[in-house]
Design a protein around this ligand. Structure first.
Ligand code: SRM
Ligand code: SF4
Length: 646
């Protein structure tokens, strides 16, 4: 009799594995269904469409029971290191107006998204992107996603230049080779792309010890591509502007004292997606793996990709990211398998300085006489609204000065190669269009992120981007009311636990958990090197002030000198925070119209003034437009009135 318990358990591959296998290397059913006069694709086609950089969505604000959904498509660009050449920016700007919802959205992985495109316009939109030096290939789907790199264009700091170069190299190495993209969207026309680095071309074909699939048009991916999305970044020592610990694979440039490239430190196994009430899913920070010489770096990338390709879970998509493989195996076993594919040992990590969060906002010298300018974009949304005309401003500046752009990992944009002679004119355009300087924007707003959530994201359980401005304003008012007026910390929000705005690495994070409710995470480091923890499983957004106030007061009373809120919460621990909160007497009241009134018992005592809900909502609108706290607007208006009385 066979002892079945000794046999390996072979679990059924997930449905998506079958779709990939039958797709003829990402062609079908997308190619056939694109020709049909329909508003949307079938479920099978939508899965393959993702590999081409597009998601089928519907405007959830327009859902009417019994009627067809308001189908529309999201397009996401793939641009390593966030690089957007001027012609591509102008094309995207125009596409947003011609086919999209008149906005562009800078993403948390340094891409742009267009929303609201109809199926009949999808081909024209993708073709326009490719014809203007862009691509959407591999921006979504089970393959390597946009490779991140710091945006700073420091020409006198070689490590930054290497980060860009190798971000491009990794992106090229892991680009799908089968050609379906060009057949479908450009009728077979070959893309006009920059020459690939010969080292990348050679590495793609080199076998290593079983890293490539022979006789396949996809030598690295094979017929089934990756078990799940795969995310990489390349950064420089000390620069955590790319959230390197959240990536499947991060490379850190190591140079010698002459600034010459020597190799890379390697981190692997980060990832943030999780599901509420499923403990087996969790966010995870990447582990340090070691160091490889520059000559081995592409083989190392292939070895890691091959390890996940061959051993990642293809039956349960919730358990398919590489973080679970490393968590299940342990780093040592993972590293041993990678070394087997690489054919040599990985060396010990090189020492580097601590990683810091950097935002590169404002004007800076780029080291060759030119300037760069980082612009804060609230939640990444490039739009025109009332006096706030960011879309117009960026179009005008890029058109007039032909400037390249980089999208940051914090949903902001950076313009560079700026001739100092043009600085004043650029500033004038920004001012005319109502764009604030970075030091005029509340630091809470400036460094926060929120995912799109409603109405476009099919997975959102609640609002994110649309409510984030009011949430931050309420936090600022609360900070004022507990006498922490200039306090700053990193706040992130998502409409569900998937983690698109990387909430689990924020000092304070709101993770959607049903309509109007959020799981509250606190205590990540201000430099995103440590995960936050769950403070509350479910918090109604109406309870924002009553929940946060005790924590902020405790922080104010007991913080160490210079300690950030995230570090404080981590130091004292969740139990102590809960204990303090349970005996705390609230001093801040929330009204049903959402306005808050503080009656703080200290020298800066404030008095309550109630306004009718319609006045409050007008104040809220103006405050959003002008980026000012409501209390400041109300105080100014009242002061003006009192002055007029003499
Ligand atoms: Fe994401 C799915 C938006 C970065 C984890 N993400 C989605 C989808 C496509 C929803 C869907 O599957 O139907 C969202 C489209 C919403 C919309 O209307 O546009 C979406 N993700 C985004 C963006 C646009 C958020 C943003 O505010 O910028 C980011 C696009 C980045 C890009 O240019 O490629 C975005 N997503 C992320 C990140 C952060 C990152 O990559 O640095 C994460 C967490 C890191 C990670 O992957 O571990 C992330 N998105 C997810 C997940 C959960 C993955 C998992 O391992 O469980 C999903 C759902 C899924 O894949 O099943 C998801
Ligand atoms: Fe959608 Fe959730 Fe990602 Fe937000 S975090 S964009 S709600 S999948």
């Amino acid at each position: 009799m066979v002892n079945t318990s000794a046999l390996p358990i072979v679990r059924k591959p997930s449905k998506v594995e079958g779709l990939k296998e039958r797709s003829n290397f990402l062609r079908e059913p997308v190619a056939s269904e694109l020709l049909l006069d329909t508003t949307h694709f079938t479920e099978g086609a939508t899965q393959i469409l993702k590999f081409h950089g597009s998601y089928q969505q519907d405007n959830r604000d327009n859902r009417i029971k019994g009627q067809e959904k308001d189908y529309q498509f999201m397009l996401r660009t793939r641009n390593p290191g966030g690089f957007i050449p001027p012609e591509l920016y102008l094309a995207l700007d125009q596409l947003a107006d011609e086919y999209g919802n008149h906005t562009l959205r800078a993403t948390t992985r340094q891409g742009f998204q267009l929303h609201g495109i109809l199926k009949k316009n999808l081909k024209a939109a993708i073709a326009a992107i490719v014809h203007n030096l862009g691509s959407t290939l591999g921006a979504c789907g089970d393959l390597n996603r946009n490779v991140m790199a710091p945006v700073a264009p420091y020409k006198n700091r070689p490590e930054y230049c290497y980060a860009w170069e190798y971000a491009n190299g990794v992106a090229d190495l892991l680009t799908p080779q089968a050609g379906a993209y060009y057949e479908i969207w450009l009728d077979g026309e070959k893309a006009i792309s920059a020459e690939e680095d010969p080292a990348v071309v050679a590495a793609r074909q080199r076998n290593g010890n079983g890293t490539i699939i022979h006789d396949s048009v996809e030598p690295i991916y094979g017929t089934h591509y990756m078990p799940r999305k795969f995310k990489c970044s390349v950064t420089v020592p000390g620069d955590n502007s790319v959230d390197l610990f959240s990536q499947d694979l991060s490379l850190v440039v190591i140079t010698n004292p002459q600034g010459e490239l020597e190799g890379f430190n390697v981190y692997a196994g980060g990832g943030l997606g999780r599901t509420h009430n499923k403990e087996e899913t969790f966010p995870r920070v990447a582990d340090p793996i070691g160091y490889v010489d520059k000559a081995d770096v592409f083989d190392l990338v292939k070895a890691i990709v091959a390890t996940q390709r061959d051993y990642g879970d293809r039956s349960d998509r919730r358990h398919a990211r590489m973080k679970y493989l490393i968590a299940d195996w342990g780093v040592a076993k993972f590293q041993a398998q990678v070394e087997k594919y690489l054919g040599k040992p990985i060396q010990p990590l090189k020492p580097t300085p601590d990683f810091k969060f950097l935002n590169f906002l404002g004007w800076h010298e780029q080291g060759d006489g030119k300037l760069f300018l980082g612009l804060s974009v609230e939640n990444g949304r490039v739009k025109d609204e009332g006096n706030f005309q960011l879309k117009t401003a960026l179009r005008e500046i890029v058109e007039k000065f032909h400037l390249p752009m980089r999208i940051t990992a914090s949903q902001n944009v950076l313009l560079y190669e700026i001739d100092p002679a043009n600085k004043a004119e650029i500033q004038q355009i920004l001012k005319r269009c109502g764009i604030k300087r970075e030091d005029e924007i509340d630091s809470l707003v400036r460094d926060s992120m929120a995912c799109p959530a409603l109405p476009t994201c099919g997975l959102a359980t609640t609002e994110s981007e649309r409510v984030m401005p009011s949430v931050l304003e309420r936090i600022r008012l609360l900070l004022d009311s507990v006498d922490l007026p200039n306090e700053h910390f990193i706040v992130r929000m998502t409409g569900c636990p998937n983690g698109c705005a990387r909430p689990y690495l924020a000092e304070v994070a709101f993770v959607g958990n049903g309509p109007g409710t959020y799981q509250l995470w606190i205590g990540a480091s201000p430099d995103q090197t440590r995960l936050a923890q769950v403070y509350l499983e479910k918090m109604s957004i109406d309870e924002l002030e009553s929940t946060l106030e005790p924590l902020l007061v405790y922080f104010k009373q007991s913080r160490n000198l210079g300690e950030s809120f995230g570090d404080f919460c981590d130091r004292v621990g969740m139990e102590s925070l809960h204990q303090f909160a349970s005996t705390y007497q609230p001093t801040v009241e929330t009204e049903s119209d959402g306005s808050i009134h503080a009656s703080v018992t200290n020298d800066k005592k404030r008095h309550r003034v109630s306004v009718p809900p319609e006045v409050y909502s007008r104040l809220q609108e103006v405050a959003f437009r002008e980026g000012k706290p409501i209390s400041q607007l109300a105080t100014t208006a009242i002061e003006e009135y009192l002055k007029s009385l003499g």
